[in-house]
Write a protein that binds this ligand. Structure first.
Ligand SMILES: *Cc1c(COP(=O)(O)O)cnc(C)c1O
Length: 453
């Protein structure tokens, strides 16, 4: 009998609850603060832009939060997602390690992002909201929310980071196909957009700026809410379906990971896979090594400061305690657009500060090399973001080979790269260069961190 390469669960096994790591942290994370008063923000501060249920989830300490039935119905289209055993990659590496990957590219937009886009659109629709404005980096989030908006009858307006708007025209077409509108950020449509264009002529844009534009639109129009595709607690919460399914799939495989790996931009796909395993560990289960992988050109966890900062460039958000490069830092235009965020989710940052997780940074050419090796063995074109996780998984598997140890490694294959082929074209033509991290730019940006008593 041949060894299985895929562990699938039927749709009745879609988790009934999301997992909230707040319930299991040994010490609670620092609360979000109001930038004016320096006091913790109450739920009412967020009500102009978020529906009440999402604000409750953002602040909840409950371990399990029920997934509404209509959300589970939509999840059925692609969930539970498969857990693969990468046997051909293992053979190519000649490693004794057992490599697994959870494949989130099977969703309608090709990434993990619909896991939170669907409940966010659902809760907004339940609250009577008709329009949502949002930002997008590589276009993954914009197209995911566009899909979810189409299902629940919500108009979606997307501010897309300019460099991606230019590099990834098909993502824009996908958003349009789902019925959303998409503009390049910084745009002429908002005050902050116009200000940024004046301050930095020809800027490639950044997630921090696009977030400010989308928030400005939502704050000025009572009928429009705002939605964020990563970073926040409720987003990490929704993504835990990934890790909860993986735990059941490891039971099918009669195995359990020693190492859990994911790429980290704002931290949501990392949290989604890792938090359920970390939670099990915190409740007395097996200890796992958990590694967040970030781009060397935007290294918030490995080179940033753990401090209160704004989540956006326009400084509209509450102050969040997180690993940050400073909200005025504009990351260089490398190809993993989804990883170009100046900071890291407060929950992921808290886990890192407690020593529960590790972080690594890689340059993009080493990541594309790993992505191509993965495609040639496993037959899936990974998203540029996901190649960071693959690079790290391969390096850990090679370490196992050197040490002669057999460990189980699982990584999140957060999305496919079918809309990112121009990046691969650049790689094959030798045009992809490694961008050193801008130490001086980061230092200047960190100098401008807000002062908190
Ligand atoms: C958006 C995105 C990421 C990065 O976002 P996180 O919130 O850090 O998960 C990673 N991979 C893919 C495919 C993405 O679309």
């Amino acid at each position: 009998m041949s060894d299985p390469i895929k562990y699938v669960l039927d749709e009745s096994r879609i988790p009934k609850n999301w997992y909230n790591i707040m319930a299991d942290f040994p010490t609670p994370p620092a609360p979000p603060l109001h930038p004016g008063t320096g006091q913790p923000v109450g739920p009412e501060a967020l009500e102009p832009i978020f529906p009440k249920v999402l604000i409750q989830q953002e602040m909840s300490g409950e371990r399990w939060i029920e997934i509404p039935k209509p959300v589970r119905e939509v999840y059925k289209q692609w969930r539970p997602s498969p857990l693969y055993r990468a046997r051909r990659l293992e053979r190519a590496l000649d490693t004794p390690a057992r490599i697994y990957y959870k494949y989130e590219g099977v969703s309608p937009s090709g990434s993990h992002k619909p896991n939170t886009a669907v409940p966010q659109a659902y809760y907004n629709a339940e609250a009577g909201i008709k329009r949502i404005s949002t930002e997008t980096g590589a276009g993954q989030w914009g197209s995911s929310l566009a899909f979810a908006g189409a299902l629940f009858g919500i108009e979606i307006r997307v501010f897309m980071v300019r460099i991606s708007f230019e590099q990834k025209p098909y993502r824009k077409a996908l958003m349009q196909a789902f019925g959303a509108t998409c503009v390049a950020s910084p745009s002429e449509e908002t005050e902050i957009g116009r200000k940024m264009r004046e301050l930095y002529p020809g800027t490639t844009g950044s997630l921090g700026i696009a977030i400010s534009e989308a928030m400005e639109v939502a704050a000025k129009d009572p009928g429009t809410n705002y939605s964020l595709g990563s970073v926040l607690n409720h987003v990490c919460l929704h993504q835990t379906v990934v890790g909860l399914e993986a735990i059941e799939q490891f039971e099918l495989a009669n195995d359990y990971p020693d190492i859990v790996i994911a790429c980290a931009g704002g931290g949501s796909n990392f949290a989604g896979l890792a938090f359920p395993f970390l939670g099990a560990q915190l409740r007395g289960g097996k200890k796992v090594r958990v590694i967040a992988v970030e781009p060397a050109a935007c290294p918030s966890l490995t080179k940033g400061k753990f401090a209160y900062d704004f989540g956006d460039t326009g400084q509209f958000t509450p102050l969040l305690k997180m690993f940050t490069l400073g909200s005025s830092f504009v990351p260089p235009g490398f190809h993993a657009g989804g990883l170009r965020y100046h900071a890291m989710s407060p929950l992921v940052s808290h886990a890192q500060s407690l020593g529960l997780t590790e972080a690594k940074a890689y340059h993009q050419t080493a990541c594309f090399e790993a992505g191509v090796q993965f495609a040639r063995t496993e037959g899936i074109m990974p998203a540029p973001e996901a190649t960071h996780a693959i690079r790290c998984a391969i390096d850990e598997a090679l370490r196992c080979k050197q040490e002669g140890t057999s460990q189980a490694i699982v990584f999140n294959l957060s999305g496919h790269g079918h809309f990112d082929m121009s990046a691969y074209t650049d790689y094959f033509e030798g045009k992809l260069v490694d961008v050193a991290y801008d130490a001086e730019g980061i230092r200047k940006s960190l100098d401008k961190l807000p002062h908190v008593a």
